[in-house]
Design a protein around this ligand. Structure first.
Ligand code: ATP
Length: 364
């Protein structure tokens, strides 16, 4: 077997109490995270939340003002970038235009003083890994954007880093290419066993590729979890809002038993709701329900009553905007299981039924 393309061990990254100030501006505020060996880990958040700064501190391009960066338990906070077994892939590829594909891929190994025979053999493996066999002698400038991104990946993977950092590497590609490169990145991570730390502001991209996601806002990590944890069990309003479409409802806790609480909606209907770790919900709370976790029905059949304000036909789904009696708008997303009109009309009175065990109480 080829040990170069089947690494047994990706590095584990520990971030402990990381703070970063640029002059008087605090870009990162006390972030602690444990990124596991071999995982595809994503830092997700809006522009300016500190994702890139955090990534640059793992790479060594920036030093934390306070806190430590550990690799497999060893403090690497003060090491220079080239002393860390970590490599970065940037959004703009940063390839050398005057070099061939193979020379670009072998560049890092050459800098490390590896013998030519070893470089040739690794480059060959890397070309195969990123599906560019036979393109080694082409000038990189002759390749398409997607192919150039593959070269950038191969170059970063060639020295066998323990951790690969990816800073919005797909954002320069068009939508179709981006989708196929998402699959490609996932495959590369699985095949190499290298820990990937991926930065994006695109929630769909994060949900598609990640083993776990850290959702960030203004220099802080708001929640860490699997894609379904983050999507189905958001702990707070920012996370629920940032990841997909959400309905927020006011409710009152009646009782708590184990991991679930019984809550009463403004209509008087009662449902079960889960809640975030570390709190015991009581009194008035806000709950979230995803649009696809509720069903629209004729008036009198559900838990909430209202007027159907708007029907948005999307081919695969309909989005129903319901003005709930005495409350706000609730969106129901329903798949079009058969062709033709959905059977509801605007301004009709309707009811909404919420599925079992889908509601989540927010912290706050
Ligand atoms: P984006 O997706 O737009 O790249 P981000 O989440 O990666 O955003 P960062 O690039 O980490 O955000 O920046 C976080 C904040 O720190 C921003 O407000 C940015 O302006 C500021 N910042 C980053 N680098 C520096 C610097 N060298 N000097 C001063 N401020 C900086």
């Amino acid at each position: 077997t080829d040990t170069r393309t089947t690494a047994a061990h990706g590095g584990a990254i520990g971030l402990h109490g990381i703070k970063k100030w640029f002059g008087t501006f605090q870009a990162v505020d006390n972030v602690s995270l444990d990124i596991r060996s071999n995982e595809f880990f994503t830092l997700l958040g809006p522009s300016g939340c500190g994702k890139t700064t955090l990534l640059r501190m793992i790479a060594g391009f920036e030093l934390p003002t306070e806190g430590q960066v550990l690799l497999d338990g060893v403090d690497i906070s003060r090491l220079l970038p080239n002393q860390r077994p970590v490599n970065t892939v940037f959004q703009n590829y940063a390839l050398f235009p005057h070099l061939t594909v193979a020379e670009n891929i072998g560049f890092g190994l050459k800098m490390l003083g590896k013998p030519k025979s070893e470089i040739d053999s690794v480059v060959k493996d890397m070309l195969k890994l990123v599906h560019l066999d036979g393109r080694g002698n082409n000038p990189v400038t002759q390749l398409s954007g997607g192919q150039q991104q593959r070269v950038a990946l191969a170059r970063a993977l060639a020295p066998r880093p323990k951790v690969l950092l990816l800073d919005e590497p797909l954002s320069a590609l068009d939508l179709k290419l981006r989708k196929s490169m998402q699959m490609e990145l996932k495959r590369l991570q699985l095949e190499t066993g290298i820990t990937f730390v991926f930065v994006t502001h695109d929630q769909e991209e994060a949900l598609t590729m990640s083993d776990r996601i850290a959702v960030m806002s203004t220099g802080t990590v708001r929640q860490v979890g699997s894609p379904w944890d983050i999507y189905d069990r958001p702990a707070e309003r920012f996370v629920a809002d940032f990841i997909g479409e959400t309905n927020f409802l006011e409710a009152e806790v009646i009782s708590v038993s184990g991991e679930k609480a019984r809550v009463r909606l403004s209509s008087g209907a009662e449902i079960n709701a889960t809640y975030p770790e570390g709190i015991t919900p009581k009194g008035k709370v806000t709950i979230v329900v995803r649009p696809e976790h509720a069903r629209l029905g004729s008036s009198g059949s559900g838990m909430l009553e209202g007027v159907l304000d708007d029907i948005v036909y999307l081919g695969t789904d309909n989005h129903f905007h319901v003005k709930v009696d005495g409350g706000s708008t609730f969106i129901v997303r329903q798949q079009n299981a058969k062709s033709g009109h959905c059977g509801f009309s605007e301004q009709e009175r309707v009811s909404i039924a919420i599925n079992d065990d889908v509601a989540q109480i927010l912290r706050d």
